[in-house]
Design a protein around this ligand. Structure first.
Ligand SMILES: [Zn+2]
Length: 391
């Protein structure tokens, strides 16, 4: 049986000047209605309102406010889901113990939705024309047709072939996006000829055992520039400066995500082309292993190493590329030629020089090679559970 995996794709909507006002009116109106329904739910059922109960209570009024049957249903479902999630969080203790201030606060008032909180559309409120790269979408001003959308050719292909079910309309920093769900068949993992060992680092985000470096310096410069701008803004303590700061932080995070996606894609493409698997160090090793000056430590801990690993794992899975994580201990201090392991093999952060056999090279490549070596033995172990090791 073929397993299906759900993946989420985001596209950017580009409503023109005539289309934009309908959008700008609709999302706040939906959230306003959701807040009203939430208030009603809270008054009648506390945190316990079900979809069925809320429908009885709110459906008529929502229709009267100009929402179509589908839109009204979606609003009701979203409100009921929000209370279900809150109940689950309380049960799980995420809001603290029973009498805690946070929990009492959450229990004492209705859930509130932000004016531009994302809202879910299903295929009855939304239709796609992939060839023309346009869509039509329900709004309070009626159906708006021929809205252009932007995405990469790969995403477009994925959407055309595998998109299923609901999409979320998202408004962020003045722009409109849709996140659509695709259900794609998961390919079988191929038998690798070898492994690519990947070392994650600060300067080079990813260095492979082939000696390939993946973009780091350009990003470092970008981050330093961002940090300077941030410092300038922090110096001003005004409200608008704070808002700008938040916006900038989001932009920065998006940029880092973008770069991580790109690096992960490159690594997986090479592995697929050369019929090799990918090996990474297990994450908890990274901060212990790297010794960096104190002023750089913040940068290291904030750097999304984790995200890069998650992206590589995910893209590998989607491509049928074998992926494993290996023990990170001493991968930066061990000599790949003679196995001699000591801290002195790594005189500086960037250089490796074996004190026994003299092998020298870039430290991150050496680490990548060590990761590969571990992957080779680990893979045999994983895939031959019944074999008896030779003694
Ligand atoms: Zn050596």
């Amino acid at each position: 049986m073929i397993e299906l995996v759900k993946i989420v794709k985001q596209i950017k909507l580009m409503p023109d000047a005539a289309q934009a006002p309908a959008f700008e009116r609709t999302l706040p109106a939906i959230n306003d209605a959701a807040n009203w329904a939430s208030q009603m739910a809270f008054e009648h059922f506390g945190l316990k309102g079900s979809v069925r109960e809320l429908r009885k209570l709110c459906y008529g009024e929502l229709k009267a406010r100009g929402f179509g049957a589908q839109a009204a249903q979606h609003i009701i479902k979203r409100v009921a889901d929000a209370y279900t999630a809150l109940r689950a969080n309380i049960r799980a203790g995420n809001l603290g113990p029973e009498k805690s201030k946070r929990r009492r606060k959450a229990e004492s008032k209705p859930i509130v939705f932000r004016p531009h909180a994302a809202h879910t559309y299903d295929d009855r409120c939304l239709s796609w024309n992939y060839d023309a790269q346009t869509m039509s979408i329900w709004t309070l001003d009626g159906r708006v047709r021929n809205i252009r959308f932007a995405c990469s050719p790969e995403v477009l292909k994925e959407l055309a072939e595998h998109r299923q079910g609901e999409s979320d309309l998202v408004f962020r920093d003045g722009k409109w996006f849709l996140t659509a769900t695709c259900e794609v068949p998961e390919p079988e993992v191929f038998e690798p000829k070898d492994f690519i060992g990947v070392d994650r680092g600060i300067v080079n985000l990813a260095t492979t055992s082939d000696g390939d470096n993946h973009q780091g310096r350009r990003l470092g410069r970008y981050r330093r520039w961002q940090a300077r701008k941030r410092a300038e803004l922090q110096a001003k303590q005004t409200r608008s400066a704070k808002q700008l700061l938040k916006k900038r932080a989001r932009k920065e995070a998006r940029h880092a995500t973008h770069v991580n996606h790109k690096v992960a894609k490159e690594v997986v493409a090479v592995a697929q082309r050369t019929a090799r698997g990918i090996a990474l160090e297990e994450l908890q090793g990274i901060r212990e292993r790297v010794t960096v000056p104190r002023d750089q430590r913040a940068r290291l801990s904030s750097w999304p190493f984790h995200q890069l690993g998650a992206f590589i794992a995910y893209k590998a899975k989607r491509a049928g590329v074998p992926f494993i994580e290996v023990d990170p201990a001493y991968t930066s201090q061990r000599c790949p030629r003679c196995s001699h392991t000591e801290r002195g093999n790594r005189p500086t952060r960037d250089h490796f020089h074996c004190r026994r056999c003299g092998l020298a090279g870039p430290a991150d490549v050496v680490a990548g090679v060590n990761v590969r070596t571990r992957a080779r033995s680990a893979w045999v172990f994983v895939n031959m559970p019944d074999s008896v090791p030779a003694i």
